[in-house]
Write a protein that binds this ligand. Structure first.
Ligand SMILES: *Cc1c(COP(=O)(O)O)cnc(C)c1O
Length: 493
């Protein structure tokens, strides 16, 4: 029920003492309220119950298994919240003077930026990083702007960016916003990776960059990255590495070692920071030496007396991509996560993520189609094609999983697999949780044959069943169902 509907005239949650300063009539009439604000009147307990009830209608990592492929919904350790909540970080203001008091008030924060950039360089094999971009897609755009600046600076006329057909939709958008035409190259259906012959014939002297995701969105590791780099560089093109999902390769593979020129990392995936319903995220961008001059400003530098300062003196920089320093509180958490795990811990993350994904894949591949018959990395893609015979689709399986307490996997992506169900368990899930999910998926495969109608009716345990998702986004018309009487909806526009 809407909180406004629960209002009772005169009920209060707090009692304030009477004012001990004289009222003034000094406020101009135009600034004064003509009417009392329309706030609901409730007790503190009413308010606590209301918001607790609302929070329980939400599904999050802290409530259940969330195998949303490509999104890496891994557990966000609570100690990172404790660290970020420390007043020395939480109370910082971006306008704090760098120089007054010897800049002491911000030295810790600047050190976090400097040191985390250096750690990311080490983990990814790159020469310089910026923490400014505020999402993966934002990192891609930053990277494509760096590539464009590089080509302009070198007098190269380049008009096109090549992108594999399994790529995340943000890849072509980022390239297009940076001013490039995009060209798609196919994935080889047997190997599940980019077709080198097709790439070879697509690359021309107009190619500014190739965007590569590895492991790709099919969860397959491309072991020919060096060949891709060689083909690109032969034509004066650069290679962009979409490192949104590095959960399988931390401590195992460094993009820089394979010759990658520029990349981004999603801290809200691989580095366990909250996704926060679309933000705040962070998509740091790493470059090799020849691109470092184009990185966004400001840059944190370490002075000879070991103090840190902001430097804006980069004439070739693409400029600002974020207000102030990006999402500081997010990359602070990622920095703490990296230090807590250490080098060995990062390797264990990858190994357990890959182990978990392969375990689930092997226990489901007899009941669902597995388009690429290979070991997977951190995720894998099944197809509900076989279930289509009973008029059951990936969407029906996804919805039925909700009734069984699981967040659905990513469905209908990547586009190269019909009826795709992209499953990413992550390393933070226990064997017992994985087994419960496997049991549910196997039960649904059986139900598709025996009682497909039941699947098509799902979900039945949620406040609403199947909204028209496009209309829900484009023409919002909310209903607030009351607690236990779904027939008694109040409609508010
Ligand atoms: C999530 C993701 C992105 C985009 O990241 P956002 O932070 O959502 O903008 C890009 N590429 C891949 C492969 C992804 O999984």
């Amino acid at each position: 029920m809407l909180i406004f509907k629960q209002s009772q005239p005169g009920r209060t949650g707090v009692s304030l003492p009477a004012g001990d300063v004289p009222e003034t009539a000094g406020l101009p009439e135009s600034y004064r309220r003509a009417q009392e604000p329309a706030l609901p009147e409730l007790s503190e307990l009413d308010v606590v119950r209301h918001f607790t009830w609302l929070s329980r209608r939400n599904f999050g990592l802290d409530t259940g298994f969330y195998p949303l492929g490509s999104c890496t919904m891994k557990y966000n350790p609570k100690i990172l919240e404790r660290i970020a909540a420390r007043p020395g970080f939480a109370d910082l203001h971006p306008f704090l003077p760098q120089l007054r008091h010897g800049g002491r008030l911000v030295q810790g924060a600047l050190m976090v930026v400097y040191e985390f950039e250096r750690l990311l360089c080490e983990i990814m094999g790159m020469d310089a990083f910026t923490l400014h971009p505020m999402a993966g897609a934002h990192g891609e755009l930053t990277g494509m702007m760096i590539i464009a600046a590089y080509h302009r600076d070198h007098g190269n006329r380049k008009t096109e960016v090549i992108i594999p057909d399994e790529a995340h939709g943000t890849n072509p958008s980022s390239a297009a916003i940076a001013g490039y035409r995009t060209r798609s190259v196919p994935t080889n259906p047997a190997t599940g990776i980019l077709d080198l012959a097709a790439l070879e014939s697509a690359v021309t002297d107009d190619t500014a960059a190739i965007m590569l995701t590895n492991p790709n969105t099919l969860g397959i590791f491309n072991d020919q990255v060096d060949r891709v780099v060689e083909i690109a560089h032969r034509h004066g093109a650069l290679v962009y590495y979409d490192g949104a999902n590095l959960n399988a390769v931390l401590g195992k593979f460094r993009p820089g070692d394979a010759g990658i020129d520029v990349m981004h990392v999603n801290l809200h995936k691989t580095f366990a920071t909250p996704h926060g319903g679309g933000g705040p995220g962070a998509g740091p961008v790493g470059v090799r030496r020849h691109l470092a001059d184009y990185l966004p400003i400001s840059r944190v530098v370490k002075r000879s007396d070991s103090t840190y300062t902001l430097d804006y003196d980069y004439p070739k920089s693409i400029g600002y991509v974020a207000p102030f320093y990006g999402n500081f509180m997010i990359y602070l958490r990622a920095y703490a996560y990296t230090l807590l795990l250490g080098a060995r811990g990062l390797v264990e993350v990858s190994e357990n993520a890959v182990l978990n994904a392969n375990y689930v894949m092997h226990r489901l591949k007899d009941v669902y189609d597995l388009p690429v018959q290979k070991s997977c990395m951190h995720e894998f893609v099944l197809s509900a094609r076989r279930q289509n015979a009973y008029d059951v689709h990936a969407l029906d399986i996804a919805k039925a999983l909700i009734d069984r307490g699981f967040h659905p996997p990513t469905v209908y992506f990547p586009l190269v697999v019909p009826e795709a169900m992209m499953i990413e368990p992550t390393e933070t899930e226990s064997r017992e949780t994985l087994d419960r999910f496997i049991d549910a998926m196997r039960e649904l495969a059986a139900l598709a044959e025996k009682d497909p109608d039941q699947l098509r009716r799902a979900p039945v345990t949620t406040p609403i069943s199947r909204p028209d998702e496009v209309r829900a986004a484009k023409a919002m018309d909310f209903q607030y169902p009351p607690e236990d009487s779904p027939n008694d909806n109040e409609r508010v526009r």
